[in-house]
Design a protein around this ligand. Structure first.
Ligand code: MSP
Length: 528
């Protein structure tokens, strides 16, 4: 067993509605990263889940004439849990904030902060955006225009704000300004990419005000343990999911698990919520005497038709709309490769279709089926041994080693697109190799049997490397590819280690090479 566990989280998603591919994006990338770490042989813990409290969810339930708990139960079972299957997630846990384990941990955490003087009671009078569940300062409020005419809006994200006056509890966030700045200084990689770090540092440098942590005008939330008239403000309990899910505030065994897993190695978040994760969250943890997470990485928006995709704009695409046509592997491949993690990126149906056919069906799928067909035709389906390697073979072997190292480094840099691009250099090189070596010509000359064997052996070894390297991205197709290259003679695909990928000659000569169904069958997109 590995001696340390790599702990990765996604944000927990509001269950006011069904998921869309923006949510799926974070989950997919987190899954690719964590599967890669598993493939390295590391211990891994991957957490995702849902954020069930707050006014946004409550209002949606009200509009639908449902009690909030019934509303979230229904959506979680019908939509959010099936989504994990749809995009083939190998998460270790799924937390819901209406669970007992969460409430217990949240209450224990804030009781501790209340006891140690980090909390005080006061009057809140100001603006609140239900859309983003956020208190908005006077300077960030403006008169709405167009559809928002007659309303005040938040200039931070354009959502409508309402004026509220409540008796609330406050967290002394202002005490943490210098501590946070010192922390960012000492941990330059804590917030990434650089644009997110700059935003956070400049925000904190301008000064922090204390944060309201409770609400008293509605009751859908976790009760404040020392005052039954209050519930916790949704964000300051939602952030705690990252610790309550791994045992904080639980029994002895749970606390032991927490000690093993905390601090998290990586929180993946959208750029809109980086301030919550990189300012409020570490300050809360400091106040409780707990270590901050090691890294917060903010990704950009998925744009559709040039606009941020969201349910409220009615341009929200459900993951099944893509998976039903292209399959979960292609979905995972597309979102890992076609966008640069950390930047905004546009997606389109045409682009998905084009990449599916050019890269998956023609690039990888064809290579695998040609290799199996040629071993079938020229060697009765049994892998021939390799003779002496020439320059062309040495180039392939070397490329597999450098591409593996580059992909591995890209994963550590939270750059899945670079990892997949590095691996794809192998796909392209193998296709080029087969084209150049022309095994079908070599096969015509009986005296060149050994040479023919070397070419096909090298191709199959390259495919063996690809099956392992692409397993975190496309678990299903690579399982078929593994079968095709006779991987069972080596062992379980999931047990193959990244570090061993470059070791050549792993598939023994004589191994049956299997013709499988096409990995990525062509899809007729004319009707879509
Ligand atoms: N519940 C909070 C998070 C609490 S974490 C302790 C929340 N939920 S959310 O459902 O509104 O958003 C969750 C995530 O989805 C955010 O990281 C957000 O950036 C992401 N996305 C929502 N729309 C998106 C796109 N169009 N593109 C990419 N990600 C998007 O905020």
């Amino acid at each position: 067993m590995a001696d340390r566990t790599f702990y990765v989280t996604t944000p927990i998603f509001y269950v006011n509605d069904a998921p869309h591919i923006g949510h799926g994006y974070t989950q997919t990338v987190g899954d690719v990263l964590t599967r890669w770490h598993r493939q390295r042989g590391e211990g891994v813990w991957y957490l995702t889940g849902v954020d069930e409290h707050g006014q946004k969810v409550l209002r949606k339930a009200d509009e639908n004439g449902a009690a909030p708990q019934d509303w979230v139960d229904g959506l979680v079972e019908r939509e959010w849990k099936p989504m994990l299957e749809t995009i083939d997630l190998a998460n270790d846990d799924f937390i819901r904030t209406s669970e007992e384990r969460h409430a217990t941990g949240v209450q224990a955490f804030w009781q501790k902060l209340n006891d140690n003087g980090a909390v005080y009671q006061g009057e809140f009078s100001g603006w609140y955006s239900v859309g983003s569940e956020e208190f908005v300062g006077e300077d960030d409020v403006a008169d709405g225009e167009g559809d928002d005419e007659g309303h005040k809006i938040s200039t931070l994200d354009g959502s409508r704000v309402e004026h509220v006056t409540e008796s609330n509890y406050f967290f002394r966030l202002s005490d943490y300004q210098q501590k946070l700045l010192d922390f960012y200084d000492a941990n330059p990689d804590f917030v990434q990419p650089a644009s997110a770090r700059n935003e956070v540092v400049s925000f904190v440098s301008r000064g922090l005000t204390d944060l309201s942590i409770s609400r008293s005008t509605f009751d859908w939330g976790i009760p404040v343990p020392w005052d039954a008239d209050h519930i916790f403000y949704v964000w300051i309990e939602a952030l705690l999911n990252y610790v309550t899910a791994v045992g904080y505030g639980g029994d002895e065994a749970a606390e032991k698990r927490f000690d093993d897993l905390w601090p998290a190695d990586l929180h993946i978040v959208g750029k809109d919520i980086v301030r919550f994760h990189a300012i409020i969250w570490p300050a809360m943890l400091m106040a409780a005497g707990l270590p901050a997470p090691k890294k917060v990485f903010a990704h950009g928006w998925i744009l559709v038709g040039g606009q941020k995709m969201s349910k409220s704009k009615a341009n929200g695409i459900h993951p099944t709309q893509i998976v039903d046509t292209f399959g979960s592997d292609a979905y995972r491949y597309y979102f890992s490769r076609a966008l640069t993690f950390g930047n905004d990126g546009s997606i389109s149906w045409e682009d998905i279709g084009a990449r599916y056919h050019a890269e998956l069906a023609n690039g990888l799928g064809n290579l695998a089926s040609r290799a199996a067909a040629m071993v079938g035709k020229y060697f009765d389906g049994a892998l021939p041994p390799a003779g002496e390697h020439g320059d062309a073979e040495r180039a392939v072997v070397e490329l597999v080693a450098t591409a593996t190292a580059d992909a591995d480094a890209a994963i550590d840099a939270v750059a899945p697109q670079d990892a997949v691009a590095a691996i794809w250099r192998i796909v392209d090189a193998l296709n080029g190799y087969v084209t150049d070596q022309q095994p079908w010509q070599v096969a015509k000359d009986e005296s060149q049997r050994e040479r023919l064997g070397t070419i096909l052996n090298t191709t199959v070894e390259g495919l063996r490397a690809l099956a392992v390297l692409l397993h975190p991205v496309m678990p299903k197709a690579t399982a078929v590819l593994w079968e095709s290259v006779g991987g069972a003679t080596i062992g379980d695909l999931a047990e193959q280690r990244i570090a061993d990928v470059p070791r050549w000659g792993q598939v023994p000569a004589g191994t049956p090479i299997v013709k499988t169904a096409p990995l990525f069958p062509r899809i007729d997109l004319t009707e879509e």
